[in-house]
Ligand binder design. Structure first.
Ligand code: ARG
Length: 603
């Protein structure tokens, strides 16, 4: 049970910000992390503030540092808010006020946080705020694309990170299951469908039927009319059509769930677009009455004000209108999506944020959705969590046309390649373990390749980089975690017992033992884990956590090269170093788990 409710660096940050707040300058003096090579922890750049005073930033920083140090010694400083303060002093340097700590106190406090929180280290108390996350969200009867793979990986990592950050999170897989193409599929299945194939390999079969329909329709355009008629019957509730379409939905969902389960993903809710048809229809009427939507050439549309790009002399680009009802009276994807957004807002109210993890291609569309909700009077809660494209590895997994990539094939290939590498590295591993480890490493490599860089960027799947045991890759991090576990396994039982029975009284002695720069760096970095989680959550950026973990693995490897652990000179030193290894292993394992990556037992 934890005896405290916050982490030392969060407390330090609050305390360091106090003088800026107290003097009403916090708007112009914003705290940030000090550069990595600096001895300071936080820094306040003073440039903006100096500008507002029309003064020189260097001088302003010096004055501020002096003022704040004096304030800290005085009665004005609310000591009682910061009972275990680690702040030492403020110091000016070239336009910055840097925040310095008493390192001994800080190290001891990090150890205390690690000990108090145990397995829960890095998690935050409940915030009572709800996040609704839309992710994966494919269209049925089609294979999952690499775009859906990214959405699933990024979405699940965000969900995990937001949960430990204290949010209540609801994950929704919102599947497209409505539109004229289902008339085509119904027609095609009735003509050429194969029951057995629909059972065993639904997605592939439906895709074949779709391709065949288009081929035949080229020869015989009348098929298009047949398809339209079939869709009409579906819309009107035709029993045969409904039953068939229902099977397309069920078998598609089953296939999707099976594939994403390989990534450790299970959806909280599976929603279908078509379930919002009725609500979408009502919504159009409501928007018309409210004057938010209007008629145009028989269709119903929403117009938007032009976007004014900041500092551009050009006339603003017009924002295209959003069509919400076609002239034939039917709704569209945006209408049903909008109705579903309203449903989310109402069902889980008050919703803190509505997140949509969808490729950057849909940026304009989500701007329109955001604008529409705003016109409807909803608070500003919709966020498009966009991401770049994936370049595909060439070779086996791309089909002859080079376009469709089956995710299952991609994941199979990752596993196969990992198995090869493991066989080379660890020829003695038995078949069963190798298969399990190959799965963990292969899938982990795919997930990490995605999450290790800013999601906005395009990614290229480069197998050799993804599966390398050195460098910024999943196997490197997994290996570091496994190594920590191995070291602990090899420790003597007295040492392990010592670790298990550590308590608060032991902390000063432990901290005293951690003298080498590599040990200090490693412990300091462990202290930053909660902030990495908080920042990743705040910026919806799993890569913040990924790069934190990479730096941790690197700090571990430096420590392990320079500082003997099992062969430490004294019992006390060994215990202190084992504590570090134990904590590092824990943070690596838990951090990877948040990203959706398993840690193997051996490698
Ligand atoms: N089904 C769409 C596609 O596959 C993505 C849907 C994203 N989610 C949403 N609520 N609009 O491109």
């Amino acid at each position: 049970m934890s005896t405290q409710t916050s982490y030392v660096l969060d407390e330090l940050r609050n305390e360091a910000e106090y003088p800026a707040y107290a003097s009403g300058k916090s708007g112009l003096l914003k705290i940030q992390d000090a550069p990595k090579e600096s001895e300071a922890i936080y820094a306040f750049p003073c440039f903006q503030y100096a500008k507002s005073l029309d003064k020189n930033p260097t001088q302003v920083a010096e004055e501020l540092a002096q003022e704040w140090n004096k304030m800290r010694q005085s009665k004005e400083w609310p000591q009682e808010w910061f009972p275990t303060s680690v702040l030492d002093h403020f110091e000016a340097s070239r336009g910055y006020v840097n925040v310095f700590v008493d390192q001994k106190t800080l190290l001891a406090r990090i150890l205390k946080d690690l000990l108090d929180y145990g397995e829960k280290y890095g998690s935050y108390p409940k915030l009572n705020k709800t996040m609704v996350v839309d992710y994966c969200s494919p269209n049925i009867a089609k294979p999952l694309s690499v775009g859906h793979l990214r959405s699933t990986i990024i979405g699940q990592a965000l969900i995990n990170i937001l949960r430990v950050r204290g949010y209540r999170v609801v994950g929704i897989n919102f599947m497209g299951d409505w539109g004229t193409q289902f008339g085509k599929l119904i027609y095609a299945f009735e003509q050429w469908g194969d029951e057995k194939k629909l059972e065993s390999n639904p997605i592939q079969h439906l895709l074949e039927l779709y391709v065949r329909f288009h081929k035949e329709a080229k020869e015989n355009p009348a098929l298009e009319d047949d398809a339209r008629a079939a869709f009409k019957r579906l819309q009107q509730g035709g029993e045969k059509e409904r039953a068939l379409w229902q099977r397309f939905r069920e078998s598609s969902l089953e296939a999707f769930e099976k594939t994403v389960a390989r990534l450790g993903v299970k959806f909280d809710h599976n929603w279908f677009e078509s379930d919002f048809e009725g609500k979408a229809d009502e919504l159009v009427d409501e928007l018309l009455v409210k004057g938010i939507a209007e008629e145009s050439e028989g269709a119903i549309i929403i117009r938007f004000e032009p976007l004014w790009p900041a500092e551009s002399p050009e006339p603003p680009p017009a924002q295209p209108p959003l069509v919400i009802r076609k002239s034939d009276g039917t709704t569209l994807y945006p209408t049903r999506d909008l109705a579903s957004a309203v449903e989310r807002i109402e069902r889980w109210q008050p919703v803190h944020k509505l997140l949509y993890v969808v490729a950057s291609e849909q940026t304009l569309y989500f701007t329109q959705l955001w604008n529409t909700l705003e016109k409807m009077g909803y608070p500003d809660i919709l966020r498009h969590i966009n991401f770049g494209m994936v370049s595909l590895p060439t070779g086996k997994i791309s089909t002859r046309e080079g376009r469709i990539v089956y995710l299952d094939d991609l994941l199979d290939q990752a596993k196969e390649r990992a198995a090869q590498i493991i066989k080379e590295k660890n020829p003695d591993m038995d078949e069963g373990s190798r298969s399990k480890v190959a799965r963990q490493v292969g899938i982990g490599a795919v997930i990490y390749a995605d999450l290790s860089q800013d999601r906005i960027k395009d990614i290229v799947f480069d197998w050799s980089k993804m599966l390398a045991f050195e460098g910024n890759s999943a196997p490197y991090l997994q290996y570091a975690a496994v190594r920590c576990a191995k070291i602990l396994e090899k420790a003597k039982s007295e040492d392990r017992e010592g670790l298990d029975t550590l308590n608060e009284q032991d902390i000063p002695a432990l901290a005293e033992e951690l003298k080498e720069p590599e040990s200090v760096k490693l412990l300091m970095h462990l202290g930053r884990y909660p902030q990495a989680i908080a920042e990743a959550a705040e910026r919806y950026a799993p890569h913040v956590l990924a790069s934190y973990l990479y730096d941790l693995a690197t700090a571990l490897s430096r420590f392990y090269t320079e500082v003997p652990v099992l062969k430490a000179e004294t019992d006390a030193a060994r215990l202190a170093r084992l504590t570090l290894v134990d904590a590092t292993g824990l943070v690596l394992r838990r951090g990877l788990e948040l990203l959706g990556i398993e840690t193997p037992e051996e490698m």
